[in-house]
Design a protein around this ligand. Structure first.
Ligand code: FCB
Length: 474
């Protein structure tokens, strides 16, 4: 079997987000964001790491864009920092902050790289959090001014805008679990936040479309299969409910299906935040949907005794996340079941592994991860999913939220003492796939793809895939 080709116009990209890479936390009039506050609060982030300097991308963006060109990216997905552009969330615009994104976009276009802009990747202006944050509607009402400010400024050169990155993680980790900024543990407030994020998405869409009539606008959702821990009916039922509470919670209303009933019952949500017209606003037509995929979770019914961990222990990344490529096909097909012909992008997919102590450019596990997930993406395309592009997470090693700098997700290694960047094998692997197609998994000869001893022996890779297959569907 030869290499399998992705469509000729398939977009190959990499993704980052503002707080995770920019640094320059107080430069040029930037306001305080909730991640500035959170990371400076003792005990919130591993090792006390903060995004104060991060990858220093704010000052090194030219070098970074040049590296993107070297590794042959068609597109770059980045986010804009709201507190950099409107320091207090509402009110005066900070022109120097906006100028940074202007320069970045120009640099990208000069190198032939298409910018894909995400407006909100988790750095809410602290002033808005002080007034209540996402659980209050005023935060959603502040969003369109920010959205139109960015769209007005960049819309002559940027065509792809996403409103939000992973609203589930924002409401759930930020307001229910408290492991992310602002670190609140308030069940009802988290549900209110989730609704207001979707309202803000709807308002943001209107604002972008008004500023840039030809823009292609969407939203980025993290989708993670929920699989029953056993074949017991109660587990199957529990997995279905968990799927509704997490995955359908956002995709269903955005596609005009409303909030899932079973999910709302399980969350014990009475919909008091829904105002007249909200559901239409949330369901306004989008032009694409972005899917972030990393792993799956097993669900055990609370009515049943705990189960033994999976045997044999599944392969995991440095985050402890199970490597489960078939889940990517599954979430893409699930998305298409809701969005039909709408273009879909994988807006994030990737893995953390410890840097090779001898040579940090060698990352065979990450190459294997990409290889198997691209295979899963290709299967989705063969089954008719309108998948238009794939963005690896992440361009650079960066600040991995509450985990700080220890997990490394980059196609490019970053030395946090010298800020030196070094391109990893996985970046070259992706470039080779974009150019020559995807080598077969079972007979892969990664020596020839990479000119390195990258992957595990073919047999091992194939059995890892089949071990996880077939998967119960969502
Ligand atoms: C996603 C986030 C991204 C990064 C990856 C590992 O949930 O969108 O910022 O942290 O996980």
């Amino acid at each position: 079997m030869g290499n399998r080709r992705f469509p000729a116009d398939f977009i190959w990209g990499a993704a980052t987000s503002s707080y995770q890479i920019e640094g320059a936390a107080a430069d040029d009039g930037k306001g305080e964001g909730i991640w500035d506050r959170f990371s400076h609060t003792a005990g919130r982030v591993r090792n006390g790491d903060t995004g104060d300097v991060a990858c220093d991308h704010y000052h090194r963006y030219k070098e970074d864009v040049s590296l993107m060109a070297d590794i042959g990216l068609d597109a770059y997905r980045f986010s804009v920092s709201w507190p950099r552009v409107i320091p207090a969330g509402t009110g005066p615009i900070n022109e120097p902050g906006l100028d940074f994104y202007d320069r970045l976009v120009d640099e990208l276009l000069a190198r032939g790289i298409q910018p894909y802009v995400t407006l909100y990747h988790w750095d809410l202006p602290q002033a808005l959090e002080d007034d209540g944050g996402w659980p209050v509607r005023a935060t959603a009402e502040a969003f369109p001014l920010y959205a139109s400010t960015v769209a007005d400024r960049l819309g002559d050169r940027v065509t792809h805008f996403a409103t939000f990155n992973e609203p589930h993680v924002v409401s759930d980790h930020g307001y229910r679990v408290g492991s992310h900024a602002p670190g609140r543990v308030e069940h009802d407030a988290a549900l209110a936040a989730a609704h207001h994020l979707l309202v803000a998405h709807g308002l943001g869409l209107q604002a972008i479309k008004a500023a840039v009539p030809g823009a292609s606008c969407g939203i980025v959702l993290n989708l993670e299969p929920r699989h029953p821990a056993t074949h017991h009916t109660l587990d199957i039922e529990a997995a279905g409910i968990a799927h509704a509470q997490v995955n359908r919670w956002f995709l269903d209303p955005v596609t005009g299906r409303g909030y899932p009933e079973d999910g709302a019952r399980a969350w014990n949500w009475h919909r008091q935040e829904i105002l007249k017209g909200d559901m239409d606003l949330i369901a306004a037509p989008i032009d694409f949907v972005g899917v972030n995929y990393y792993s799956r979770k097993f669900v055990r019914s609370p009515l049943l005794p705990p189960v033994e961990p999976q045997q044999p222990e599944p392969e995991r990344t440095a985050m402890g996340w199970e490597v489960f490529p078939a889940g990517l096909t599954e979430v893409l097909e699930f998305t298409a079941s809701r969005t039909g012909e709408l273009p879909i992008y994988v807006t994030e997919n990737g893995a953390a592994y410890p840097a090779d102590a001898g040579d940090p450019t060698r990352d065979p596990e990450r190459v294997g991860f990409f290889h198997r997930h691209l295979d899963a993406a290709h299967v989705a395309i063969e089954r008719g999913v309108p998948l238009r592009g794939y963005f690896a997470w992440s361009l650079l090693d960066n600040f991995e939220w509450a985990h700080g700098y220890s997990p490394r997700f980059g196609l490019i290694h970053v030395d946090y003492d010298t800020f030196e960047r070094r391109v990893r094998d996985s970046a070259r692997f992706l470039a080779a796939v974009a150019r020559d197609g995807l080598p077969p998994i079972a007979s892969v000869d990664d020596e020839s793809v990479l000119k390195t001893s990258a992957l595990a022996p073919p047999g091992e890779v194939a059995s890892e895939v089949s071990k996880n297959d077939p998967s119960p569907s969502l």
